[in-house]
Design a protein around this ligand. Structure first.
Ligand code: NAG
Ligand code: NAG
Length: 264
């Protein structure tokens, strides 16, 4: 099983830490001036940026199916413990040494999965598609048809960071609720799925990169950031004060956004 944790761990941690109030998460969120320059932070924007012709530098990690962790069927996933209390056993099981980057990544994944949900947040770590769908239906309704939004590469060069221009008027997908599922680094596919109360706006945005890349990107705007951790890196990147501005971000290509189907 191929499992190479990369810098995207950092990005996921940054995206998640707004929901995490413990000091460890604050440490993750705290950036020194050098870290602020991390190219992977080029995902944040504000609603003011949502206009045709707007250009911004954005980071989109390449998707390599040959190295992406596989989704396990529920039966198989359930046969492997998924808990920090089993870390020693799991490191043996996956044959990683306890000081390896893989061990660190697994530990971080358990941290995000085991920390309690913030006020107004429902969260769940899914280790299979079936368990993801169970959680999504629990939140969005058992009799609700679902749609899923993702970021899609229509044409992608190997350049991860480049200037992109918004090609068309961003399309707002009007949904009462949504569940966002972010991949977490683990030897098999694990998704951190969560629903946040409060006003969130979902957008589909057509982007043209300066290298000819074409991306149909999914993005979310969190309209109320008053309750956010003041150290959240988004405020530094956008140079806005907590609560003074909505914070929007693009979704990486392997994330899933579940919404009630509009075609009902
Ligand atoms: C996983 O941890 C739990 C709780 O500590 C323990 O009861 C269980 O036996 C462990 N499973 C394995 C496979 O080590
Ligand atoms: C994007 O364009 C601006 C203005 O032309 C330029 O200064 C900047 O270096 C470009 N950024 C990237 C990542 O190419």
């Amino acid at each position: 099983m191929e499992f190479r944790p990369t810098l995207s761990i950092l990005l996921h941690a940054l995206l998640l830490c707004q929901f995490v109030s413990e000091s460890r998460a604050r440490d993750i969120a705290k950036t020194s001036p050098e870290e602020t320059l991390n190219p992977q932070l080029n995902i944040f924007f504000t609603p003011k940026d949502l206009k045709i012709g707007k250009m911004m530098p954005l980071f989109f990690a390449l998707k390599d199916p040959s190295t992406s962790p596989h989704l396990l069927p529920r039966k198989e996933a359930n046969s492997i413990p998924f808990s920090s209390s089993n870390l020693t056993y799991l490191l043996k099981f996956f044959t990683f040494s306890k000081d390896s980057p893989q061990a660190k990544a697994m530990e971080d994944t358990f941290f995000h999965c085991e920390i309690s949900a913030m006020n107004g947040e429902s969260k769940f770590c899914a280790t299979s598609l079936e368990s993801m769908l169970d959680f999504v239906q629990e939140i969005l309704g058992f009799n609700t048809k679902l749609d899923v939004y993702t970021t899609e590469f229509l044409k992608k060069s190997p350049v991860t960071l480049q200037n992109y221009t918004i090609l068309q008027k961003p399309k707002e997908i009007l949904v009462p609720k949504l569940v966002a599922c972010h991949t977490l680094p683990y030897p098999y596919a694990v998704f951190y799925c969560h629903m946040q109360k409060g006003e969130n706006k979902l957008f589909k945005i057509s982007l043209l990169g300066e290298n000819g890349d074409r991306i149909e990107a999914a993005a979310i705007c969190h309209m109320d950031t008053k309750e956010w951790n003041h150290d959240h890196v988004a405020f530094r990147v956008l140079k806005v004060l907590p609560g003074s501005s909505p914070v929007c971000h693009f979704f990486p290509v392997d994330n899933l956004v579940w919404v009630p189907s509009l075609s009902m």
